[in-house]
Design a protein around this ligand. Structure first.
Ligand code: CP
Length: 327
């Protein structure tokens, strides 16, 4: 398993071409098979990665830590509140120093207007690959696992109707990075992508323009609507998930009038009945159960959320093996 992309940063999938993404998926399937067969995959023996987290995580942290351990390497988990970054040390200095101690730097920083810039500052100064574990704009690890899951459950069909749908939640003001990543990525694989949200939850205009260009180049479509039913109708895959109104309102407040006016944007059995009978329900998790989605949907026969979450492990391992490995 040659590390074909040794040293390449993984900041956004938009900077990886379709062939490279397909190769990452191929490696992910192979590593998944080997994981289930309990086969040794010591592709990162004696390698160290640094995992810097400005925010909480269950899937991302543990898929990275477990993933590198399963490949013979080691991850240093770094809560950034305990690093000198919290006293103002720069991303540049942090990246140069950590590069001299190990073989990759991975970081989650979702602060609006800061996260992506911080990760890019590290990437510009690191001499090892820098991996984005979610920022204010992108969540490429999630996007790759989502694409893997769509292909597993629907096969290699193109022109699937795949709907990214805003949903009501009160848990926290979530970043836009998951729907943004999906909006850019899925049209590149020929899918008919619908982005549905109430007014006030728009993604930035440059994202819509890029998503349309991506669709045009791959023979898919990208449509934006404020009509929730239109998104569910005849869909093959639905991804109803909350995101914050960051593009139009930078306040950290979770609950406001615009949010409360849209409580009805919930994934219910009634909405799912508008979709194809074999529709798949996806969610990056964590889900705000009862608000974003009814339990009977997320726990029901059409839900693939645990498969999607498991795929975070296999895709994270593929990214690490292909960018950090020697063999
Ligand atoms: N989907 C996702 O990134 O989950 P965590 O926030 O738990 O890492």
């Amino acid at each position: 398993m040659k590390p074909l992309y040794k040293g390449k940063h993984f900041v956004t999938l938009q900077e990886w071409d379709r062939g490279e993404i397909e190769k990452l998926l191929e490696v992910s399937y192979e590593l998944k098979k080997k994981f289930h067969a309990n086969e040794v995959t010591d592709l990162l023996k004696n390698k160290t990665s640094f995992l810097m987290f400005f925010e909480q995580s269950t899937r991302t942290r543990n898929s990275m830590e477990a993933g590198i351990a399963q490949m013979g390497g080691h991850a240093n988990f770094l809560d950034t509140s305990t690093m000198q970054i919290s006293h103002g040390e720069t991303g540049k200095d942090t990246a140069i120093i950590l590069s001299s101690y190990g073989h990759a730097i991975a970081c989650r920083n979702c602060f609006w207007g800061e996260g992506n810039a911080f990760i890019r500052e590290m990437a510009e100064n690191a001499s090892v690959p820098v991996m984005n574990l979610q920022c204010d704009l992108y969540h490429p690890m999630q996007g790759l696992a989502d694409l893997m899951t769509v292909k597993e459950v629907k096969g290699e069909r193109e022109n699937l109707k795949l709907s990214i749908i805003w949903a009501y939640a009160t848990s926290h003001k979530k970043p836009i990075s998951v729907p943004l990543t999906q909006s850019l990525l899925f049209p590149r694989f020929g899918y008919d992508v619908v982005l549905a949200h109430p007014e006030g939850y728009e993604l930035p205009e440059w994202v819509i323009e890029q998503a349309k260009k991506n669709a045009e180049a791959a023979g898919g479509t990208f449509t934006v609507t404020n009509d929730m039913d239109e998104a569910y109708r005849d869909a093959d895959v639905v991804i109803p998930k909350n995101w914050g109104s960051w593009a139009s309102n930078q306040s950290d407040d979770v609950i406001d009038e615009v949010l409360e006016a849209n409580r009805h944007w919930k994934c219910t059995e009634e909405k799912m009945a508008l979709a194809k009978d074999d529709v798949s329900y996806m969610h990056a998790l964590p889900a705000d159960r009862g608000n974003e989605v009814e339990d009977s949907v997320i726990d029901g026969r059409r839900s693939v959320v645990y498969q999607e979450a498991e795929n975070r492990l296999h895709t994270a391992k593929a990214v690490m093996a292909m960018t950090m490995g020697d063999k």
